[in-house]
Design a protein around this ligand. Structure first.
Ligand code: ZN
Ligand code: ZN
Length: 388
């Protein structure tokens, strides 16, 4: 593998796919060509790759990583724009809390990491005004791939998740490829790569939507200042825990735990909140957030309803366990989840969790047992919810 004539320094918290898009833009070529030249083409087939496996977001084996680092003139550590290191702090990507048979399997059927699309902050995509970001845009950030990131603290705005023009999920994977339109060299890294809704199918390849995602879309209804302040506070707290060099431990259910355990507990708390709604409704910080969750819960119930009437193995609790797609609903449920876990001692934790635990057991015994497994939540929360 020869080095590229020019490379790029990865930007702070940049994803591998974002880096490939910026590099292709810099060299005036297609993402497919970059994948081929940097050893990221899935092995075997000759010629330009037609897809980038979704698992490459998360993990690369030694050989791929070494080839990529050599071709891009980066140190292997610098070349690590993957999600796998986030698992040290984020339980839903940590094998201790999300056991999987191989690293590549971590992303499958794991709604707590976004690999088929991403959230994003338009002003962040515009870049920070440096010449390199003026030319190729700001980073598509790794933390936007974690559903617990719902707000840009720097720009004080909720993250978007759709193209304002065509409505497609941002950076949505097409045909199992982490980058859509691999052989398109006409798009900037900040443009929507979804197929244009109106374009003709069949033999003519669809045009890309091409909308500029860094442009401010019309505001989707202003948040009142109390709600915004509360959501910023929740996001700051979570971002502080996820940051490399952040604290080693934090408090969950009234006892200190490593940070990764805390995020595993948050995931379980979200499932409990949705499955037992409106039990936790009084804990919503503002009436606006409570109303947002009323709507979110109603849509989950509607999703679960048809499953009740299907034969075979039922997955009726599934609609309640995933984080919301929408940033506002995510912020709303995480505000309550963080509050639930914030007890000052194990006694208080037990007191605040008990009503939810009881209600969950009545409503969904299978889910209640599932959420209490040692390989799903931390020891303190297990103590808090155990045999209430
Ligand atoms: Zn931003
Ligand atoms: Zn679009």
């Amino acid at each position: 593998m020869r080095s590229l004539p020019r490379s790029l320094d990865p930007l702070h918290d940049e994803t591998l796919t974002g880096f490939v898009l910026r590099l292709a833009h810099r060299l005036g070529t297609t993402p497919a060509e970059i994948l081929l030249r940097t050893g990221l083409a899935p092995g075997g087939s000759p010629g330009l790759p037609t897809r980038l496996p979704l698992s490459f977001h998360y993990h690369l084996d030694e050989a791929h990583l070494a080839a990529f680092a050599r071709a891009t003139l980066l140190m292997p550590a610098e070349a690590c724009m993957l999600l796998v290191p986030l698992g040290q702090r984020y339980g839903p990507l940590n094998p201790a809390f999300t056991p999987r048979s191989t690293p590549a399997r971590m992303i499958y059927d794991n709604p707590w990491v976004l690999t088929r699309s991403t959230r994003y902050c338009p002003p962040c995509l515009t870049g920070n005004g440096t010449p390199i970001q003026d030319r190729h845009g700001g980073p598509w950030q790794r933390l936007w791939r974690l559903p617990v990131t719902f707000l840009c603290v720097r720009h004080q705005r909720l993250l978007a998740h759709q193209c304002p023009c065509c409505g497609a999920l941002a950076q949505s994977a097409h045909a199992g490829s982490a980058i859509a339109r691999l052989s398109d060299d006409a798009l900037n890294p900040w443009q929507c790569r979804s197929a244009e809704a109106r374009s003709e199918p069949a033999e003519h390849p669809a045009h890309a939507c091409g909308a500029d995602l860094s442009r401010e879309s019309a505001p989707v209804g202003e948040l009142d200042s109390a709600t915004m302040a509360l959501l910023v506070q929740v996001q700051r707290h979570l971002a502080g825990l996820l940051a490399a060099g952040g604290p080693e431990s934090t408090t969950s259910a009234g006892a200190p735990v490593p940070v990764a355990h805390y995020f595993a507990d948050l995931r379980a708390a979200v499932a409990m909140i949705f499955r037992t709604w409106p039990e936790a409704r009084p804990r919503a910080g503002t009436s606006f957030l409570a109303a947002v969750l009323d709507d979110e819960h109603a849509s989950r119930t509607a999703e679960a309803q048809p499953l009740l009437n299907t034969a075979g193995k039922k997955k009726t609790s599934k609609p309640y366990t995933a984080p919301p797609t929408d940033s506002l609903a995510t912020g709303a449920v995480l505000q309550i989840a963080t509050r639930l876990l914030r007890a000052s001692d194990p006694c208080e934790a037990r007191e605040s969790m008990t009503p939810l635990v009881h209600r969950l057991r009545d409503a969904d015994r299978a889910l209640s047992a599932y959420l209490c497994r040692a390989a799903w939540i931390s020891a303190p929360i297990r103590a808090a919810v155990g045999d209430c």
